[in-house]
Design a protein around this ligand. Structure first.
Ligand SMILES: NC(=O)c1ccc[n+]([C@@H]2O[C@H](COP(=O)([O-])OP(=O)(O)OC[C@H]3O[C@@H](n4cnc5c(N)ncnc54)[C@H](OP(=O)(O)O)[C@@H]3O)[C@@H](O)[C@H]2O)c1
Length: 209
């Protein structure tokens, strides 16, 4: 029996991870979302399943992740952590190029918010779930990345926009590498994985992002 925690499971790729992993024989899935009540796509997907536990946490809020990890530890063990949560863009600022922001203050605020979720969020969720992972049998951590975190790809494809997203996800790749080194002696495998382009419009969020 393998147990998984998917962080950022309300919609999009995280939701699909939950759906597919929950369908595996004997699996247990901890689906971590910011707001269980408003995660309607997830609630629909897991109706009738008793191997999915929905827990609440915001990856920008470390204490909330610690609480979620504690609840998960009361329910069982954890073998694989999948950190998927991310802010992929702020609709208020167009395509998110440097010149799409009306002021530098607004750019600063948007970058800081995005950094807290996309970069610090990785560090927060691995730290919070590490004690539980240490008690599991596989010691695997997957952080979902993007081709937009790869400088040659961004230059080749000429993507000047989505600046906060790509910059903070690039930092997340480095955070993941630092964790891989930090945990390598404990038998952990910590990797970044890029899903490629995935159409998630079928499970859009409350604000259409
Ligand atoms: N879709 C693609 O083509 C693509 C391509 C490359 C990489 N990726 C990567 O794949 C991952 C998922 O992308 P997606 O397209 O599925 O995005 P999405 O549909 O926008 O979903 C983002 C998920 O992250 C959650 N989230 C955002 N901020 C959070 C926070 N502070 N705390 C906890 N959860 C939070 C959202 O929850 P709420 O419902 O609460 O907002 C939602 O579940 C991301 O890491 C992204 O970088 C996606």
């Amino acid at each position: 029996m393998t147990s998984y925690a998917v962080i950022g499971a309300s919609r999009g790729i995280g939701l699909e991870n939950v759906r597919q992993l929950a369908a595996r024989a004997g699996s247990v899935v901890f689906a971590v979302v910011r707001n269980a009540a408003t995660s309607s796509h997830l609630q629909d997907a897991i109706k009738g399943l008793n191997n999915v536990h929905v827990l609440e946490a915001d990856v920008a809020d470390y204490q909330s992740l610690e609480r979620a990890a504690k609840l998960a530890s009361d329910l069982g063990k954890l073998d694989v952590l999948i950190h998927n949560a991310a802010i992929t863009g702020s609709p208020a600022f167009g395509r998110g190029g440097f010149d799409d922001f009306p002021s530098m203050d607004e750019l600063d605020d948007d970058f800081i918010t995005t950094f807290k979720t996309n970069t610090l969020g990785v560090i927060h969720s691995i730290t919070a779930f590490l004690p539980l992972l240490r008690g599991g049998s596989t010691n695997r951590v997957v952080v979902i990345s993007t081709g937009g975190a790869d400088v040659p790809t961004v230059l080749k494809q000429g993507i000047a926009y989505m600046a906060a997203y790509h910059i903070t996800k690039t930092a997340a790749v480095m955070a993941t590498a630092k964790w891989a080194l930090t945990l390598q002696d404990g038998g952990f495998v910590v990797v970044s994985l890029t899903p490629g382009l995935v159409d998630t419009t079928g499970t859009k969020g409350e604000y259409g992002e």
